[in-house]
Design a protein around this ligand. Structure first.
Ligand SMILES: [Zn+2]
Length: 87
């Protein structure tokens, strides 16, 4: 389940974090790094949608705005990974 839908791009981070993980991608450096959703939310970004996040993703290695992310399904409620989300 690696499909990215238009619907998901308009999801808010607080909804997304329950089932999905986000990864920033840099084609030039061939890097793919998991975004720290928890700290984005902690910094007041809980209402941002994926489209907005994507526009801000920057590669730490080449300092380029890659505007490329992957959304990965992480299981129902994240319980598969022992992750507990509190509202
Ligand atoms: Zn890069």
């Amino acid at each position: 389940m690696f499909q990215i839908t238009v619907y998901m791009y308009s999801m808010k981070l607080t909804e997304l974090v329950k089932h999905f993980e986000l990864y920033g991608v840099c084609i030039d450096c061939r890097r793919m790094e998991q975004l720290d959703i928890a700290s984005i939310v902690a910094a007041g970004g809980s209402q941002l949608d994926v489209k907005t996040i994507r526009a801000r993703v920057r590669c730490r290695q080449c300092n380029r705005r890659t505007a490329d992310i992957r959304i990965v399904y992480s299981g129902p409620c994240g319980h598969a990974r022992g992750f507990h989300y509190r509202d």
